[in-house]
Design a protein around this ligand. Structure first.
Ligand code: NA7
Length: 543
């Protein structure tokens, strides 16, 4: 449709976060392909470009929240804290991009509007919102899982005279809360990180809580020189652990059951884990995430902690009225979240029993008529997870089939990496991949390397197209469901894993819960058996 012809590439990658950067390196520097990365933002970093809200830091420990493919990177980069804060992660990703000279193939400020598969040439035509077009054999989406902000449609929002922000689209210059009355909607991982930092600055903070949540202390702290040195010296072992576990974290899950130990011993284990802090809390017994009775012991322990920390009994009760199993929703970790409710200037509004009626000019009004005058409203309301970033682009496969149509009843992929009807489309960290249940760099590296190996194989064998078969897709969707059912994860009815936070979204458990190590083995076997479950098109249609 435009006068200028589409620029030709071997591969177009959408997104310049952790996934896109490494995929570019794999395809360009190892395979010698002509690749371009299209990135909507004005800088690299993906999630960490956008998420600059107060308190935003990673819940994975810094020494594992990084690429592991390059020993030089491990040697040359130093993290400063146990959990990296957002500016440090951006510095790290820029350091990587500079080290591997990636930026020259990244086109910033370029939002992809859509892409269509052209059967006659077996190539993708990619269109940007600015009207540029690209033509490529492979289209690789590295769009992230939590990148499409979910701003709930609350009546009256447009009337609000104050300022409002979604945490995932935070202004780069920051927000000054000094002297302000702030309302925060949402108590997921984000809200739990943000509230203590906002409360420390604002005149007043009201936290609007719909679903109470568990949280375990992060115990963030600067890393000691000794720890940094140990990590560098032992990184091969750390990497081995990260690759052997279900979730890609640098700790293993204990073999014992909750019921292998006495109640006193169990309490002591939980106390120790609480003192240590972090996502490791759930790793102390093998059955915390699979057996409801086992889970209840961890849940009750945390609820007891909440009641002991929060001084006002009514507030404590509201915070601890948690009815989903521990870790069935993504478990937050925090820096003084529950303690924040002991501050004079902080209040909890329970919008489960008294829901928001509307946003007014001056603030938020609940159904009981209670009003909260506000200067600033913070939406820590999460994302249209996993499918959102795909479906906001107009992606069309064979015969004009849109991704929205293919996923009408919920996302269907093979291995989370390809969709039937969409040849040569690789969906990094897509629905059906274990990514969001893991320390993300681990699945990201696995995806990027698997995709690069697959493309190398295709080139060697003269294969023009690869596309999941219906049978393999059907089996994978069943496997994703089976894996979820073997855990307590589907029991959290309001979880974004199920799409439940976005009204009207199909309720399907999206990530693969069978574990990262198992997933890697399955992907390796698929490749070793000549990419079984895929239909391989030998010669391009136009050749
Ligand atoms: P989450 O975990 O999806 O949390 C969003 C929060 O916002 C959660 O408490 C929601 O309550 C609440 N929410 C969403 N919509 C509404 C409406 N309409 N009214 C009231 N409250 C609402 O997002 P996060 O950003 O915290 O974390 C996302 C992931 O980022 C996290 O899991 C990590 O992997 C990193 P609900 O539970 O739906 O009742």
């Amino acid at each position: 449709n435009s006068a200028s012809p589409a620029a030709e590439f071997d591969a177009i990658i959408i997104g310049a976060g952790f996934s896109g950067l490494y995929q570019l390196h794999c395809l360009r520097d190892r395979l010698g392909l002509k690749v371009r990365v299209l990135e909507a933002a004005e800088g690299i970093g993906g999630t960490w470009y956008w998420n600059r809200y107060p308190g935003a830091r990673c819940d994975s420990e810094s020494h594992s929240y990084c690429y592991s493919f390059s020993d030089e990177l491990i040697r040359d980069w130093e993290w400063s804290e146990r959990y990296p804060e957002h500016p440090e992660i951006r510095r790290y990703l820029n350091f990587v991009a500079d080290r591997f000279d990636l930026k020259r193939d990244i086109q910033l400020g370029t939002r992809v509007a859509g892409a269509s598969f052209e059967a006659a040439t077996s190539r993708w035509i990619i269109r940007t919102e600015a009207g540029e077009t690209f033509n490529a054999q492979f289209l690789i989406t590295a769009v992230g899982c939590l990148s499409s902000a979910n701003v709930p449609k609350i009546p009256g929002h447009e009337d609000f005279k104050g300022d409002w922000y979604h945490t995932g689209e935070w202004p780069h210059e920051g927000v000054d809360f000094t002297g302000k009355r702030v309302g925060q909607i949402g108590t997921g991982s984000t809200g739990i990180q943000a509230a203590p930092v906002i409360a420390a600055q604002a005149a007043r903070l009201t936290v609007f809580q719909r679903t109470p949540n568990y949280s375990v202390p992060a115990h963030n702290a600067p890393l000691t020189a000794e720890f940094k040195q140990q990590v560098k010296a032992n990184f091969a072992d750390i990497r081995r652990t990260m690759h052997s576990t279900t979730n890609g974290h640098p700790f293993t899950i204990e073999e014992r059951s909750v019921f292998d130990v006495s109640p006193e011993e169990r309490e002591a284990v939980y106390e120790k884990a609480w003192a240590k802090g972090g996502l490791q809390f759930r790793s102390n017994f093998r059955d915390i995430t699979t057996d409801l009775d086992a889970n209840r012991t961890a849940a009750e322990f945390i609820k007891g902690k909440i009641r002991s920390i929060v001084k006002d009994p009514e507030t404590a009760a509201k915070l601890a009225e948690i009815d989903h199993p521990y870790a069935a929703k993504r478990p937050p970790i925090d820096s003084f979240y529950f303690e924040t409710f002991n501050r004079e200037n902080v209040e909890l509004a329970d919008i489960r029993t008294d829901p928001i009626d509307r946003i007014t000019e001056n603030g938020v009004r609940l159904q009981s008529g209670k009003e909260y005058p506000l200067d600033i409203l913070v939406f820590a309301t999460g994302f249209d997870a996993m499918t959102g970033p795909f479906l906001r682009m107009d992606i069309r496969g064979r015969d004009g089939l849109t991704l929205a149509e293919a996923w009408e009843a919920g996302p269907r992929t093979y291995l989370g990496l390809n969709v039937k009807g969409f040849p040569n489309l690789f969906t990094m960290t897509g629905p059906g991949s274990p990514s969001v249940l893991c320390n993300m760099p681990v699945p990201i590296e696995q995806h990027a390397e698997w995709i690069a190996d697959c493309i190398a194989h295709m080139r060697r064998e003269g294969i023009a197209t690869i596309e999941a078969t219906e049978e393999a897709t059907e089996n994978w969707v069943s496997e994703v469901n089976r894996a979820a059912e073997a855990t307590l994860l589907p029991q959290a009815s309001s979880s974004w894993y199920l799409g439940a936070n976005v009204p009207g979204k199909p309720r399907v458990f999206m990530p693969y819960a069978g574990g990262m190590a198992t997933y890697r083995a399955i992907c390796d076997e698929v490749a070793a058996e000549g990419y079984k479950g895929f239909e391989l098109g030998k010669v391009a249609a136009h050749a």
